[in-house]
Design a protein around this ligand. Structure first.
Ligand SMILES: [Zn+2]
Ligand SMILES: [Zn+2]
Length: 331
Protein backbone atom coordinates (compact mmCIF):
# COMPACT_ATOMS: atom_id res chain seq x y z
CA UNK A 1 0.00 0.00 0.00
CA UNK A 2 1.32 3.44 -0.95
CA UNK A 3 1.51 5.75 2.04
CA UNK A 4 1.69 8.81 -0.22
CA UNK A 5 0.05 9.40 -3.58
CA UNK A 6 -0.19 12.44 -5.85
CA UNK A 7 -3.61 14.07 -6.01
CA UNK A 8 -4.73 17.29 -7.73
CA UNK A 9 -4.52 19.05 -4.34
CA UNK A 10 -1.05 17.79 -3.46
CA UNK A 11 0.80 14.81 -1.98
CA UNK A 12 -1.77 12.80 -0.05
CA UNK A 13 -1.57 10.12 2.64
CA UNK A 14 -4.71 7.96 2.17
CA UNK A 15 -4.28 6.03 5.43
CA UNK A 16 -4.01 9.22 7.50
CA UNK A 17 -6.27 11.42 5.35
CA UNK A 18 -3.91 14.40 5.26
CA UNK A 19 -1.78 16.21 2.69
CA UNK A 20 1.89 17.10 2.69
CA UNK A 21 2.77 20.57 1.25
CA UNK A 22 -0.53 20.79 -0.70
CA UNK A 23 -0.76 23.40 -3.46
CA UNK A 24 -4.55 23.66 -3.20
CA UNK A 25 -6.42 24.39 0.06
CA UNK A 26 -7.20 21.25 2.12
CA UNK A 27 -8.43 20.38 5.61
CA UNK A 28 -5.18 18.98 7.01
CA UNK A 29 -1.83 20.13 5.70
CA UNK A 30 1.48 18.79 6.98
CA UNK A 31 4.09 21.36 5.96
CA UNK A 32 7.80 20.55 5.47
CA UNK A 33 9.01 24.18 5.52
CA UNK A 34 7.87 27.77 5.12
CA UNK A 35 9.01 28.52 1.53
CA UNK A 36 5.99 29.77 -0.37
CA UNK A 37 5.77 26.89 -2.86
CA UNK A 38 5.59 24.34 -0.02
CA UNK A 39 3.61 26.30 2.59
CA UNK A 40 0.54 27.93 1.11
CA UNK A 41 -2.31 29.91 2.55
CA UNK A 42 -5.87 28.67 2.84
CA UNK A 43 -5.54 25.30 4.60
CA UNK A 44 -7.79 24.69 7.61
CA UNK A 45 -5.20 23.02 9.88
CA UNK A 46 -1.41 23.04 9.66
CA UNK A 47 1.10 20.70 11.25
CA UNK A 48 4.82 21.53 11.13
CA UNK A 49 8.10 21.00 12.98
CA UNK A 50 8.36 23.18 16.08
CA UNK A 51 11.50 25.18 15.10
CA UNK A 52 9.60 26.45 12.04
CA UNK A 53 6.74 28.02 13.95
CA UNK A 54 7.99 31.63 13.93
CA UNK A 55 8.93 31.66 10.24
CA UNK A 56 5.64 29.98 9.25
CA UNK A 57 3.66 32.57 11.18
CA UNK A 58 5.81 35.39 9.75
CA UNK A 59 4.89 34.21 6.25
CA UNK A 60 1.33 32.89 6.61
CA UNK A 61 -0.02 35.08 9.41
CA UNK A 62 -2.71 33.84 11.75
CA UNK A 63 -3.05 30.15 10.85
CA UNK A 64 -4.34 27.17 12.85
CA UNK A 65 -0.92 25.63 13.47
CA UNK A 66 0.07 22.63 15.56
CA UNK A 67 3.80 21.99 15.98
CA UNK A 68 5.77 18.91 16.89
CA UNK A 69 9.43 18.77 18.03
CA UNK A 70 11.82 16.86 15.76
CA UNK A 71 11.65 13.13 16.44
CA UNK A 72 8.38 13.19 18.41
CA UNK A 73 5.70 10.81 17.09
CA UNK A 74 2.10 11.81 16.47
CA UNK A 75 -0.35 8.95 15.79
CA UNK A 76 -3.22 9.79 13.45
CA UNK A 77 -5.63 7.13 12.10
CA UNK A 78 -2.95 4.53 12.77
CA UNK A 79 -0.25 6.44 10.90
CA UNK A 80 2.76 7.32 13.03
CA UNK A 81 4.09 10.69 11.84
CA UNK A 82 7.32 12.38 12.92
CA UNK A 83 9.51 15.25 11.67
CA UNK A 84 13.25 14.96 11.10
CA UNK A 85 15.69 17.78 10.25
CA UNK A 86 16.12 18.52 6.54
CA UNK A 87 18.93 21.12 6.89
CA UNK A 88 17.31 23.39 4.27
CA UNK A 89 16.04 26.44 6.21
CA UNK A 90 15.00 27.10 9.82
CA UNK A 91 12.34 24.54 10.81
CA UNK A 92 12.61 22.50 7.61
CA UNK A 93 11.65 18.87 8.10
CA UNK A 94 11.44 15.53 6.41
CA UNK A 95 8.16 13.78 7.21
CA UNK A 96 8.46 10.16 8.33
CA UNK A 97 5.28 8.09 8.01
CA UNK A 98 4.90 4.58 9.40
CA UNK A 99 1.83 2.44 8.80
CA UNK A 100 1.49 -1.33 9.21
CA UNK A 101 5.27 -1.84 9.15
CA UNK A 102 5.80 0.28 6.04
CA UNK A 103 7.97 3.43 6.33
CA UNK A 104 7.95 6.37 3.92
CA UNK A 105 9.92 9.58 4.22
CA UNK A 106 8.92 12.75 2.35
CA UNK A 107 11.96 15.03 2.21
CA UNK A 108 10.52 18.40 1.25
CA UNK A 109 13.66 20.35 0.29
CA UNK A 110 17.00 19.47 1.87
CA UNK A 111 20.75 19.91 1.83
CA UNK A 112 23.51 17.99 3.56
CA UNK A 113 26.01 20.75 4.42
CA UNK A 114 25.52 22.13 7.95
CA UNK A 115 25.14 25.92 7.59
CA UNK A 116 24.67 26.75 11.28
CA UNK A 117 21.25 28.40 10.80
CA UNK A 118 19.14 25.27 11.17
CA UNK A 119 19.40 21.73 12.52
CA UNK A 120 21.55 19.69 10.08
CA UNK A 121 20.03 17.08 7.77
CA UNK A 122 19.45 13.72 9.43
CA UNK A 123 19.22 10.58 7.28
CA UNK A 124 16.13 8.50 8.11
CA UNK A 125 15.89 4.83 7.15
CA UNK A 126 12.80 4.01 5.11
CA UNK A 127 11.35 1.70 2.47
CA UNK A 128 10.31 4.54 0.17
CA UNK A 129 11.97 7.96 -0.02
CA UNK A 130 10.16 10.86 -1.66
CA UNK A 131 12.85 13.32 -2.73
CA UNK A 132 13.27 16.68 -4.38
CA UNK A 133 15.67 17.03 -7.33
CA UNK A 134 15.97 20.80 -7.74
CA UNK A 135 19.66 20.48 -8.70
CA UNK A 136 19.49 16.88 -9.90
CA UNK A 137 21.92 17.14 -12.79
CA UNK A 138 25.56 15.95 -12.74
CA UNK A 139 26.82 19.50 -13.44
CA UNK A 140 25.62 20.70 -10.04
CA UNK A 141 28.43 20.35 -7.50
CA UNK A 142 28.80 22.96 -4.78
CA UNK A 143 32.04 24.32 -3.37
CA UNK A 144 32.35 24.23 0.43
CA UNK A 145 30.42 27.24 1.77
CA UNK A 146 33.56 28.70 3.42
CA UNK A 147 35.00 29.26 -0.07
CA UNK A 148 31.80 30.95 -1.24
CA UNK A 149 31.77 33.25 1.80
CA UNK A 150 35.44 34.09 1.20
CA UNK A 151 34.51 35.12 -2.35
CA UNK A 152 31.67 37.35 -1.13
CA UNK A 153 33.96 38.89 1.48
CA UNK A 154 36.63 39.70 -1.11
CA UNK A 155 34.07 41.26 -3.49
CA UNK A 156 32.57 43.36 -0.70
CA UNK A 157 36.02 44.58 0.47
CA UNK A 158 37.05 45.57 -3.06
CA UNK A 159 33.81 47.50 -3.54
CA UNK A 160 34.12 49.26 -0.19
CA UNK A 161 37.73 50.23 -1.00
CA UNK A 162 36.50 51.74 -4.27
CA UNK A 163 33.75 53.66 -2.42
CA UNK A 164 30.93 51.56 -3.91
CA UNK A 165 28.06 49.91 -2.07
CA UNK A 166 27.67 46.11 -2.47
CA UNK A 167 24.14 44.95 -3.25
CA UNK A 168 23.74 41.19 -2.90
CA UNK A 169 20.43 39.84 -4.18
CA UNK A 170 19.31 36.67 -2.46
CA UNK A 171 16.13 34.95 -1.39
CA UNK A 172 14.76 36.75 1.70
CA UNK A 173 14.07 33.58 3.69
CA UNK A 174 16.91 31.17 4.28
CA UNK A 175 19.62 32.45 1.96
CA UNK A 176 19.82 35.93 3.52
CA UNK A 177 20.11 34.51 7.04
CA UNK A 178 22.71 31.98 5.92
CA UNK A 179 24.83 34.85 4.57
CA UNK A 180 24.33 36.88 7.76
CA UNK A 181 25.45 33.88 9.80
CA UNK A 182 28.37 32.82 7.61
CA UNK A 183 30.05 36.15 6.77
CA UNK A 184 32.39 38.01 9.10
CA UNK A 185 30.78 41.46 9.20
CA UNK A 186 32.50 42.77 12.34
CA UNK A 187 34.20 45.75 10.70
CA UNK A 188 31.56 46.79 8.16
CA UNK A 189 27.85 47.65 8.15
CA UNK A 190 25.11 45.37 6.79
CA UNK A 191 21.86 46.87 5.56
CA UNK A 192 18.75 44.96 4.49
CA UNK A 193 15.58 45.39 2.49
CA UNK A 194 12.26 45.41 4.36
CA UNK A 195 11.41 41.92 3.08
CA UNK A 196 14.48 40.45 4.81
CA UNK A 197 14.06 42.07 8.25
CA UNK A 198 11.09 40.04 9.64
CA UNK A 199 12.76 36.75 8.69
CA UNK A 200 15.94 37.89 10.45
CA UNK A 201 13.88 38.53 13.57
CA UNK A 202 12.31 35.07 13.39
CA UNK A 203 15.77 33.49 13.14
CA UNK A 204 17.17 35.58 16.01
CA UNK A 205 14.12 34.67 18.11
CA UNK A 206 14.92 31.04 17.31
CA UNK A 207 18.42 31.47 18.76
CA UNK A 208 20.34 31.72 15.47
CA UNK A 209 23.27 34.19 15.61
CA UNK A 210 23.05 36.70 12.75
CA UNK A 211 25.17 39.75 12.00
CA UNK A 212 23.60 43.00 13.22
CA UNK A 213 21.55 44.65 10.48
CA UNK A 214 19.71 47.89 9.84
CA UNK A 215 17.10 48.74 7.25
CA UNK A 216 18.53 50.63 4.28
CA UNK A 217 15.61 53.04 4.55
CA UNK A 218 16.72 54.05 8.05
CA UNK A 219 20.21 55.08 6.94
CA UNK A 220 20.90 58.43 5.28
CA UNK A 221 24.70 58.61 5.77
CA UNK A 222 26.13 57.88 2.31
CA UNK A 223 29.53 56.98 3.84
CA UNK A 224 27.83 54.11 5.66
CA UNK A 225 25.97 52.98 2.53
CA UNK A 226 29.16 52.98 0.45
CA UNK A 227 30.89 50.63 2.87
CA UNK A 228 27.85 48.41 3.37
CA UNK A 229 26.75 45.02 2.21
CA UNK A 230 23.08 45.37 1.29
CA UNK A 231 20.90 42.26 1.17
CA UNK A 232 17.76 42.43 -0.93
CA UNK A 233 15.34 40.03 -2.63
CA UNK A 234 15.71 39.84 -6.43
CA UNK A 235 12.37 41.65 -6.80
CA UNK A 236 13.92 44.82 -5.34
CA UNK A 237 16.07 45.30 -8.44
CA UNK A 238 14.86 48.15 -10.64
CA UNK A 239 12.55 49.58 -7.95
CA UNK A 240 12.70 53.03 -6.32
CA UNK A 241 14.19 51.30 -3.25
CA UNK A 242 17.43 50.47 -5.04
CA UNK A 243 17.87 54.11 -6.12
CA UNK A 244 18.53 55.06 -2.50
CA UNK A 245 21.76 53.06 -2.70
CA UNK A 246 23.41 55.23 -5.33
CA UNK A 247 26.49 53.88 -7.08
CA UNK A 248 26.92 50.19 -6.35
CA UNK A 249 28.11 46.81 -7.53
CA UNK A 250 25.57 44.00 -7.56
CA UNK A 251 25.65 40.23 -7.28
CA UNK A 252 23.24 37.35 -6.93
CA UNK A 253 23.63 34.37 -4.57
CA UNK A 254 21.97 31.18 -5.81
CA UNK A 255 22.78 27.67 -6.97
CA UNK A 256 21.59 28.76 -10.42
CA UNK A 257 24.59 31.10 -10.67
CA UNK A 258 26.66 28.08 -11.66
CA UNK A 259 25.39 28.65 -15.19
CA UNK A 260 26.75 31.70 -16.97
CA UNK A 261 23.47 32.15 -18.87
CA UNK A 262 21.62 32.70 -15.60
CA UNK A 263 24.14 35.32 -14.49
CA UNK A 264 23.68 37.14 -17.77
CA UNK A 265 19.91 36.92 -17.54
CA UNK A 266 19.97 38.46 -14.06
CA UNK A 267 22.16 41.27 -15.39
CA UNK A 268 24.35 41.40 -12.26
CA UNK A 269 28.10 41.94 -11.99
CA UNK A 270 28.78 38.75 -10.07
CA UNK A 271 27.17 35.41 -9.28
CA UNK A 272 27.91 33.50 -6.09
CA UNK A 273 26.99 29.82 -6.24
CA UNK A 274 25.29 29.26 -2.90
CA UNK A 275 22.34 26.89 -2.63
CA UNK A 276 20.14 25.61 0.18
CA UNK A 277 19.45 22.44 -1.84
CA UNK A 278 21.50 19.28 -2.19
CA UNK A 279 23.78 19.15 -5.23
CA UNK A 280 24.01 16.04 -7.43
CA UNK A 281 26.41 14.12 -5.14
CA UNK A 282 24.34 15.30 -2.16
CA UNK A 283 21.12 13.87 -3.58
CA UNK A 284 22.85 10.55 -4.22
CA UNK A 285 24.36 10.44 -0.73
CA UNK A 286 21.05 11.33 0.93
CA UNK A 287 19.15 8.70 -1.02
CA UNK A 288 21.74 6.01 -0.28
CA UNK A 289 21.65 6.86 3.45
CA UNK A 290 17.93 6.12 3.64
CA UNK A 291 18.43 2.53 2.49
CA UNK A 292 15.22 2.92 0.47
CA UNK A 293 14.53 0.43 -2.30
CA UNK A 294 11.98 2.75 -3.87
CA UNK A 295 12.38 6.46 -4.61
CA UNK A 296 9.78 8.94 -5.83
CA UNK A 297 11.04 12.25 -7.24
CA UNK A 298 8.84 15.33 -6.82
CA UNK A 299 10.40 18.37 -8.46
CA UNK A 300 13.40 19.68 -10.34
CA UNK A 301 15.23 17.40 -12.74
CA UNK A 302 12.82 14.51 -12.20
CA UNK A 303 13.60 12.50 -15.35
CA UNK A 304 17.38 12.64 -14.93
CA UNK A 305 17.31 11.51 -11.31
CA UNK A 306 14.71 8.78 -12.01
CA UNK A 307 16.85 7.43 -14.85
CA UNK A 308 19.95 7.40 -12.65
CA UNK A 309 18.08 5.61 -9.85
CA UNK A 310 16.75 2.96 -12.24
CA UNK A 311 20.34 2.41 -13.43
CA UNK A 312 21.28 1.75 -9.79
CA UNK A 313 18.68 -1.02 -9.67
CA UNK A 314 16.21 0.90 -7.51
CA UNK A 315 12.50 1.30 -8.14
CA UNK A 316 12.01 4.90 -9.16
CA UNK A 317 9.29 7.15 -10.54
CA UNK A 318 8.15 10.75 -10.44
CA UNK A 319 5.19 12.59 -8.97
CA UNK A 320 3.76 15.57 -10.85
CA UNK A 321 3.80 18.42 -8.32
CA UNK A 322 3.54 22.20 -8.38
CA UNK A 323 6.65 22.92 -6.35
CA UNK A 324 8.97 25.46 -7.88
CA UNK A 325 12.20 26.89 -6.70
CA UNK A 326 12.33 29.82 -4.33
CA UNK A 327 15.37 31.36 -6.04
CA UNK A 328 13.59 31.51 -9.39
CA UNK A 329 10.48 33.07 -7.94
CA UNK A 330 9.74 36.73 -7.30
CA UNK A 331 11.74 36.57 -4.07
ZN1 LIG B 1 12.47 25.28 -0.02
ZN1 LIG C 1 11.08 22.75 -3.08
Amino acid sequence: MDLVIARPEGLYCPAGNFYIDPWRPVDRAVVTHAHSDHARRGNRHYLAAAPGEAVLRARLGDIDLQVLPYGQVLAHHGVRLSFHPAGHVLGSAQVRLEFEGEVWVVSGDYKLEDDGTCTPFEPVRCHTFVTESTFGLPIYRWLPQTQVFAGIDEWWRANADAGRASVLYCYAFGKAQRILHGLDTSDRPVLVHGAVAPLNEAYRDGGVALAPTRLLTEVSDTDVIRRALILAPPSAGGTPWIRRVGEHADAFASGWMLLRGNRRRRGVDRGFVLSDHADWPGLQAAIAATGAERVVVTHGSVDTLVRWLLDQGLQASGFATQYGDEDQGPG
